[in-house]
Design a protein around this ligand. Structure first.
Ligand code: ZN
Length: 388
């Protein structure tokens, strides 16, 4: 397949380029188009100067559906592939949250493999909110070493009334399991931490860094924009080498939280290491609001479209695309050790998104296959309603 006239952001701007795709990869890229033999019968798509970015990497997705925090009827259904592709997402990391008992690693892995069969790049974390973590092989280290799709542990909950109230020792033990399994396999080996509203914030992580030899990259705290004080703590933590994750959840006026776009702007303006920030959607997860007694008083669901929306909000506020883009592409790829993802270049996976002038996904290619063309979905999941 030949993509013509793409304004490439790799994430760095490379100007107008043509790209030749084959076997799920980018085979060639150049500003001057050479003649291709007719016998190859190459399919051509003219992008007419649209911005072409790497497919977004969403490192926190409840692919099985999350929820279940206010009765069984609040369990969110699984997410079909077009929910991701139409939002420009070509790689997801699936995980379990509060409900790691009615849901488990078998269901999670089966859902990840189904998404792969349908053309998405999909991985997962082992465990869930609680300690001891749910595993497939009997240990988190065994899961990461022997099951190819499992690349880290998460989302382990801290500073939250729904957590197992893990101790420092428990947290350090799990982080070491993630780290050692990462060394053995070349996988990410991260401990992806769900942060709740609790005022202890990132205290356990700071203590673990102080009292152990664990490298800071192992700890990947998420939802750090849910409370303004927590965001300040997280920002400070990046100086030690941790990468922090913002969640693109809706934030209402007057709430003690930063929207992901507010937080990303603050991060970029702070002078902190530009590569130590990622943004994820929490798609499929329920977004409950609790009262002081821990009762759910409101329920929402995380949406994949929140990533592209956040990217566009940041750009609308004057940040160049190439400066905003790494948090959604090259930064998660680096942290998750996905070497062929997160950038546009020869040899990279052909995960590509062409944006229209409004910043929506006009064309989406996942592993070399067109999933969205002219804003229309070309591939639905097996049980998705094809009428939409
Ligand atoms: Zn969470």
């Amino acid at each position: 397949m030949l993509l013509r006239n793409a304004q490439v952001y790799a994430p760095e701007p490379l100007g107008l380029q043509h790209l030749l795709l084959g076997g799920g990869r980018i085979l060639w890229m150049g500003a001057q188009l050479a003649d291709l033999p007719a016998a190859l019968s190459v399919e051509t798509i003219d992008l007419q100067g649209r911005r072409l970015i790497p497919g977004l990497i969403d490192s926190h997705v409840h692919v099985t559906g999350g929820g279940g925090e206010a009765g069984f009827r609040t369990r969110v259904p699984p997410q079909g592939i077009s929910r991701f592709t139409r939002a420009g997402i070509t790689t997801v990391v699936g995980l379990l949250g509060t409900d790691d008992v009615a849901r488990g690693p078998r269901d999670l892995l089966a859902t990840v493999y189904a998404l792969r069969e349908e053309g998405l790049s999909a991985l997962a974390f082992t465990g869930g909110y609680h300690v001891p973590p749910q595993t497939l092989t009997g240990s988190v280290r065994g899961d990461l070493v022997f099951i190819e799709a499992l690349i880290g542990i998460g989302e382990l909950a801290i500073s939250d009334h729904r957590s197992s109230q893990p101790t420092l020792d428990e947290l350090m033990r799990l982080a070491s399991d993630a780290h050692v399994a990462g060394l053995m396999t070349g996988k990410a080996g991260v401990l992806h931490l769900h942060l709740g509203d609790g005022l202890r914030g990132l205290d356990l992580v700071r203590q673990a860094l102080e009292k152990s030899e664990l490298p800071p990259r192992v700890f990947h705290p998420t939802h750090v924009n849910r409370r303004k004080g927590l965001f300040d703590e997280a920002l400070a933590l990046t100086a030690s080498g941790c990468t922090i994750d913002l969640t693109a959840f809706p934030v209402e006026d007057g709430e003690d939280a930063w929207s992901a776009s507010d937080a990303l702007l603050r991060y970029l303006d702070s002078g902190a290491h530009a590569e130590r920030i990622t943004v994820s959607s929490d798609a499929g997860g329920c977004l409950p609001t609790f009262d002081a007694n821990g009762h759910v008083c409101k329920m929402g669901v995380g949406e994949s479209g929140a990533l592209l929306q956040t990217l566009n909000e940041v750009i609308a506020r004057g940040v160049p695309l190439e400066r905003a883009l790494p948090a959604f592409t090259s930064n998660p790829a680096r942290l998750l050790r996905l070497d062929s993802k997160g950038y546009i270049g020869v040899g990279a996976d052909a995960d590509l998104v062409a944006l229209d002038s409004a910043g929506a996904a006009h064309d989406v290619i996942a592993r070399g296959v067109v999933h969205v063309r002219d804003g229309r979905i070309k591939h639905h999941g097996m049980f998705e309603d094809t009428a939409t």
